[in-house]
Design a protein around this ligand. Sequence first.
Ligand code: DHB
Ligand code: FE
Length: 268
Amino acid sequence: MSEIQVNQRLRKITEEIVEAITPVLLNNNVAREELMMGAAWLAKLELPLFVGLNLLYFEGPVVDNQYKGQPGTEAFVQGPYYVADPVALQKPYRMPMRDDEPGTPLLFKARFVDVNGKAITGARMDLWQAGNDGTYSNFNANAPGGNLRAVMQADDAGEITVATVRPAPYEAVHEGPIYDFIHLIGYHAWRPAHLHLTLNAEGFQPLTTQLFFKGDRILEGIGDGVVGEIKDDLIMDVQSVENSEVASTYGLPARHEVAEFTFVMRAA
Ligand code: DHB
Ligand code: FE
C-alpha cells in the first residue's frame, strides 16, 4: 500500500532506543499510571523547546563520539540558536550590533592553522553569540534580527580580528514544564558565556565548536547544566587592555577586553 521506502538504519536505531529504555522502566517497576503521567508531561511541552533541549542532552555525547581521537580543535555542540546565511562582514570586522549595545566591548582574535601549525588562509568563520542579557537575536524580540551574527574571512596570515561584546551566561529555560522538571531532579539550565563558531576552509573538515571565557561566573561556579563538562582546551584567557589605536580602527572604547584563540583544523 505505502510507497515509502523502508529505512533500515532508522528502523535499527528506533528499535535499539526502545530496547534501551524498556529495561529502565522495568527495573524501576514503573506503573502504567506513572508511564501515562510521563506521556502527559511530554504532550504539554512546547515542541521546539522540547526538541531543542532533548537533542542537546544527546548532541554532546554524539559530537564527542564523532570526533574522538582526532587531532585538532575539539568540536562542540551547535545548540539550538544557529541561523544560516548571516551577513558577510567587510574589514575592519565588527559584529552587527546596536549603537548602544550593552556589555563589555571585546576584541576577538582568531588564528587558523593546520595540524602542523601552518597558517590556513581564507578560512570562513561564522560567528554567533548571545548578548549581554544572555539571549540570542532572532529567538528573542529584544534584539534586532541578525544582531551578533556574522560570517567573515581570514586574511593571508590566517587571522581574523573582530569587534564584538562579551556574551553573558545564559539560562536555557526560565519557567514552564521543562524548568520545573529540571529543578525537580536537582539540575539547572545555566550555560557559561560562550561564542559559537562554524569554520570552513578549502581542504579542511568543517568545524563547529564553542569558546568559553576563563573566570566566567557559571564556568567557575555551578558549571554548565545543559551540555556537560567544558574542557579546558576551549576556554580562552581574557585580558582587559587600553589601546586607543586598535579601538579607533574597530569602533571600540580605548578600554576593552581581548580574547585570542588558535583553531587547529583537520584536513578533509
Ligand atoms: C542551549 C543554548 C545554547 O546557547 C547552547 O549553546 C546550547 C544549548 C539550550 O538552550 O539548550
Ligand atoms: Fe549558545
